[in-house]
Each structure stands twice: as C-alpha cells, then as structure tokens.
Design a protein around this ligand. Structure first.
Ligand code: DGL
Length: 267
C-alpha cells in the first residue's frame, strides 16, 4: 500500500507544500485538509489553534482515515501547536516552520526579513528559531494578514489584486538592506513572483516547501510505503474543507468533502 499523506492548512496555502511533496512522491495517496472556517489562523489565539488541530486528529481517528503521516503545511499552526498535537497522536507529524536557518546561512549582508502572520511572528517557537539559528543576523519581523487574503483570492480567481498587494508591501516598509526574505507563511509562495518584482529581484525569497518534501521522503524511506508496483495509478486528491470552497480549481478527478469540525472540538 502506498503512503497516505494528509496535508493540513487553514486555507489553500498548504498546496504550495503539497506540490513539492507530490513531485517527490507521485504515487502516494494524498488528502488535503483546510480549516477555512477559521481562516485566517494568523489572527487566532494559540489555544484556538491547538483546539482545532486536536479536533482534526480526533476526526482522522474517528473516520479511520489510515493516515501514515501528517504535514502541518501552515507555519502559524506549526509554531503554535506542533508540540501539543504530537502529544495526542502516534501518527508522525512534520511541521512547516519559517526557513530561518537556511536564510541565516545564505545572507551576505546579515540582514534578513521574516514575512509571516502575526501569530507566527508573536510565537515563542519563532523567537527560539531566531535565537538558535540567526543570532548573528538582524531579522526584521514583518507581519501581515492581508497577504493571506490576497493569496487566497488569487488562487481561486486567477486574478491578482496588484494594487492591494503593493499597498500592503508598502505598508510593511521592507528594509532595502535585507538580501534574504523568508516567506514564513505557506500562502506567500503563491505571491512570490509579484513580491519578487516589487523588490526589483534584489532579494532572495526563501520558503520551506522543498525541505519539507525531502523530510517526508526520508521519513517514509524506512517503511514499505514508498514501494510502487507496476500497476500503480495516481490516486485522486481528496480535499476536506470546514467551510464552503469553490471547486473550480480542482482537477476533475479530485474529491471535495465539506465537514463540520466543531463537533470534534473539546474546549
Ligand atoms: N498558511 C498559513 C501559514 O503558513 C497561514 C494562513 C492564515 O493566517 O490562516 O502560516
């Protein structure tokens, strides 16, 4: 049986990580779970995020989804809830967190920007990441909720609200001294080309997508879950959403199920 990998995000941002994993392990079975009822997570409290991810684990177990590995493809959820959620399940969990370490290795100017949601910027996890891996660099903290909304809209309509994007990037007042900008939210690679243009292609943009795909591959390497038989066919992607979502971006084989997560939430 090929691996069943569940990728989680508050919205559509985690598809930027899913794409890397699918390219590295094409014949796995994939579920994509988005908690869009509570989008944006960046404006939620840590306790709310822990409660929702705990509910997700209960849902997976109750529905017997036989998940081999969970990827929390959301920096906000990972930095807020990774350790709490690992305590309540034996399913291996890979968390996506800002690429601070590679950014610190890459910078020439020792000036890095971290662009993430307010919750990620405020989290103890992120502060510790910076203390441990970037103590020699100056890290500018740039938080935005608006960019998440712009990315969601772009994904579903294929129309980028460029004026809104520029207005938000101007508001962020990104220092011209940085030479590396960490995209510390999985929604932001959707906007990478436009951000790159705005910064006159002078700044290296870094996200964690490929590193996460490598980590997932390594974890599954020691199991029989990467073995592909000659008759293997690519499985349709199963989307789960906690609120209405347009299906116009899904391929015809993909499945979408709307679920009520509130009944699995214990406060
Ligand atoms: N995609 C999520 C992340 O990586 C955040 C989006 C949100 O605020 O819901 O942080």
């Amino acid at each position: 049986m090929p691996a069943h990998i569940l990728v989680f995000d508050s919205g559509i941002g985690g598809t930027t990580v899913l794409g890397h994993i699918q390219r590295s392990i094409p014949y796995a079975q994939y579920s994509y779970f988005m908690d869009n009822e509570l989008l944006p997570y960046g404006a939620q409290t840590q306790q709310t995020i822990i409660n929702r991810l705990s509910a997700l684990i209960r849902y997976i177990e109750h529905k017997k989804l036989n998940v081999d590995l969970i990827v929390i493809a959301c920096n906000t959820a990972s930095t807020s809830a990774l350790s709490a959620v690992r305590l309540i399940t034996n399913i291996p969990i890979v968390g996506v967190v800002p690429a601070i370490k590679p950014a610190a290795q890459l910078t020439q100017s020792n000036k890095i920007g971290l662009l993430a949601t307010p919750a990620t910027i405020a989290s103890e996890y992120t502060k510790e990441l910076i203390r441990t891996h970037a103590s020699c660099a100056h890290v500018s903290l740039l938080s935005s909720v608006e960019l998440v909304t712009i990315a969601e809209n772009f994904f579903f309509t294929d129309e980028l609200k460029i004026e809104k994007l520029h207005k938000e990037l101007v508001r962020l007042n990104i220092s011209p001294e940085i030479d590396v900008l960490v995209l510390g939210c999985t929604h932001f690679p959707i906007l990478a080309d436009a951000i790159n243009e705005f910064l006159n292609k002078q700044v290296k943009l870094l996200d964690s997508g490929q590193a996460i795909a490598n980590r997932v591959y390594d974890l599954l390497l020691n199991t029989d879950k990467l073995t592909v038989t000659a008759s293997a066919t690519k499985k349709p992607l199963h989307f789960y959403a906690t609120a209405y979502t347009s299906d116009n971006v899904l391929s015809t084989q993909d499945i979408i199920t709307q679920i009520d997560l509130t009944q699995y939430v214990q406060s």
